[in-house]
Structure formats: structure tokens, C-alpha cells
Design a protein around this ligand. Sequence first.
Ligand code: L3W
Ligand code: SF4
Length: 442
Amino acid sequence: MARKLLLEHINVPGINTFDVYRQNGGYRSVEKALKTMSPDAIVEEVKTSGLRGRGGAGFPTGMKWSFLAKPEGKERYLVCNADESEPGTFKDRYLMTYIPHLLIEGMIVSSFALGAKTSYIYVRGEMMPQIRILERAIAEAKNAGFLGKNILGSGYDLELYVQPGGGAYICGEETALIESLEGKRGNPRIKPPFPAISGVWACPTVVNNVETIAAVVPIINDGGEEYAKIGIGRSTGTKLISASGNLNKPGVYEIDLGVPVEEFLYSDEYCGGIANGKRLKAVVAGGSSVPILPANLILKTVNNEARLMSYESLSDGGFQSGSMLGSGGLIAFDEDQCIVRNTWNFARFYHHESCGQCSPCREGTGWMEKVLHRLEYGHGKMSDIDLLVDVAKKIEGNTICPLGDAAAWPVASAIRHFRDEFEWHVTNPKEAMERNYGLAKY
Ligand code: L3W
Ligand code: SF4
């Protein structure tokens, strides 16, 4: 049975309330941190844990915290990125819905470590229930003396606010989020400067994902060394995986990093295999922003080693034969799924969500959507396939924020691994329409 650091109490009735959460050991890390630890000692503990950002980039959290500038006379801010909108990713929503106090507990300890007196949880605008849940939980924590002035008599003051998001995927990019938090349109900023130097209102700011901040709680309770014992190599600790697609048991799972992908997909403890007895065709392992892999490459690397659910193993082979753990949004496609149709669907999403600031992303995502649409609807040409590769290459690495890369990688990898399926759409347009839509006429 896998250990649970974040989801241990998720099924306890009433765990979303302060009293039940507290009875189950909640807010111990706040007591320990504020009464017995210095802010620097907390940062060291997080460094020791090896915790890496759970929003997608996997940047070492302790290192990010230690980059935070401390100029005289300037406030510092902690912002929790709860703008979860990555297709196939729903772990943060799960956590906020069922165990909101875990996030609030992590926010208090992390804010104390960073010297922030005001912190924000920026929640995706569409998640109104979660916004209300968090606001209620914050009020409960404040009532019990864990927020506000002089928390637990320590002399530390913290105000925590929930900010509803601007309703766009791009607002989850950290600098766009900061713009949006400041009341502006959520356009990404050019980095550097990184938020650690100049973030909210030009003040030093740390932006961390919900799961990253929640993980600080067990790290402080049990120590960074204990946390670092879990996992494999530089992928320490546990990770929430949002599993969806053609699986017998889709859902949110907490895994020890390093579990073999095959075990995660097929064992009864996790996804229980592919639905309806079908064969696995492909997997997107880290949300839609990462390369898609065919079944053979997701289960084993090119060196015939078992592929593991870890930052290193999933990217083994680079983008020729590997992918990324990303945000941990795993989507499984069975043998009946059309790769062209799904690639078009992803492309449509990125075109819609592009903020339009940089030409390669603004124009390129539109081109890719258009070309994929005509391939999908039976009007494609053979040359369209290389045209797509060319457009994807011209976007990659040439944009302000990672959305451009995120749009290019699924298209380029789908063609790399499933070119025959794209060609089949060109040579057999009627059959493709019949298969995907039950229409011989188009
Ligand atoms: C100070 C330096 N700070 C890097 C910080 C930087 C940021 C973090 C990582 O995320 C991922 C992408 C997709 N001084 C620093 C520094 N930092 N160098 O470290 O930075 P970076 O640039 O590697 O990535 P990022 O822009 O933060 C991009 C994923 O996010 N993604 C979407 C995710 C969506 C969800 C969701 O909906 N829940 O997670 C799309 O791009 O995988 O790898 O904080 O400031 N020298
Ligand atoms: Fe906007 Fe796309 Fe440029 Fe990001 S890459 S700043 S989303 S146009």
C-alpha cells in the first residue's frame, strides 16, 4: 500500500473543517515552525527534502526560496498558483476541495519562512466552489489564531487572501498570474527579472503550486531528510497524479516518485488497467503541454529499462523518445483513439489560450490548429504533415513564455511517433471521417 503524505486523511468525514483537521494532527507544522524554528532553518529543511515544484517545471523549491531578494523597506510576497487549467490536470482542485486546511497550513509555514506578511492564493476563476471553501477555511483558521496578528503569540503577522483568477489558462504562467493579481490583463512578462527579484508590485515574490506548498507540511512535521528518503534520485517525495482517459479507475493518486509507469497504469492499487479490455495506444504523462509517447515508449525507455514515474525517467531519451512528468496529468489513449483528432483538440486549446503577445505563438498556434483541422476533416495534403513540423519548430524556443513550447511539443511528438496515422488521414479521408464521426459524407 502506497504511503500518503498529502492525502492520508482525505476520507475522514469533516476533514474540510478546522476542528476535524486539527483533531487529525492539522496545524502541527505551524506550531513547530513558529515556536521552534527560524525562517532560514525552514528554508534549509525544504532544501534538504529535495522538493521540486509540482506545477510542471520541477524547479527545486528550496533553491527558489533562497533566491528571494530581501531589500530594505520592501514587502515580500508568497503567491500560491491555484490556477489549475492544464488539460488532464485536476489534482490541485481535489486537494483544495477536500482538504483545504492542508494548503492553508502550508501557506502559513511557507510565508513565515519567506518573511511574507501578506500572501495570496490565486484560484482559477471558474473554481467558484473552491474559492468559497478556501475563504471559509481561512476564516476558521483566523478565528483559531493561526492567521492574523501575532499568530500563536509568536509575534508573526500574516494576512492570507483568496484571489479569483482571470479566467484564462495563461494566467497560470507565474508572471501572467502576477499581472492579473495586480489587476491587469494576464500577459506574461519577459524573464529575467524572475519574480524572486521583482514580482507582485515589483516586490520579491515566490510563486508556488498548490501541491508544492501542501508538501511543506509533512516536510516540516517529519523533517526534510525523511521526505528525501522517499522517491528516486532527484525525484524525492510523493506526487499527486491526475489520471484520466481510457482507464478502469481514473482519479487522483498519490504515488511515491519512482513507481514504474506500468505498475501505475495496470495495478489495482492505481488505475487498474485500460478500460473495456482494450490495448494501450499512447500516453500523455504530464498534462497536455508535454510530448505524447506511444505505448512501447511509455512503458520502457529505448534502453529497455522500465520507465518510472519520475522527473528523470520520463524525460529519458529527450524529446526523441522521452517526455516529461510536468504537472502529473496523465492521459491514457486506447487503441481506438485517433491521434490526429486528439492533436487537433490540443492545438485548438493552445490557439484559444495564446495571449497573442509573440508572433510565433499567436500565428503559429492558429496555423497548427487550421492545418490539423483540415487533416482531421479530410481536406489535408501530404505536405501538411511536414508543414506542421516546420511551424512547431519555429514556435519552439522563440516565445516569451512556455505556452509556445507547450503548443508545439504535442504536435511535433504526435507526428514523430504516429506519422502513419496522419498519412492515413490524407489517403483515406472518408474512412477517417467515418471512423471518428460515423459520417461517410464530408
Ligand atoms: C530565480 C532564477 N528564480 C527559474 C523559477 C521561476 C519559476 C520556476 C521554474 O513553468 C512549466 C512547464 C510546463 N532565479 C530562476 C528562477 N526560476 N530560474 O523557477 O521556472 P521555469 O522557467 O523553468 O518554468 P515555469 O515557467 O515556471 C513552466 C508547465 O509549467 N505548464 C503548465 C502547467 C500547468 C499547470 C496547471 O494547470 N496546474 O501546472 C505549461 O507551460 O510543464 O514546464 O518559478 O521563476 N535564475
Ligand atoms: Fe503569449 Fe504565447 Fe507569447 Fe506566451 S508564448 S507570451 S502565451 S503569445
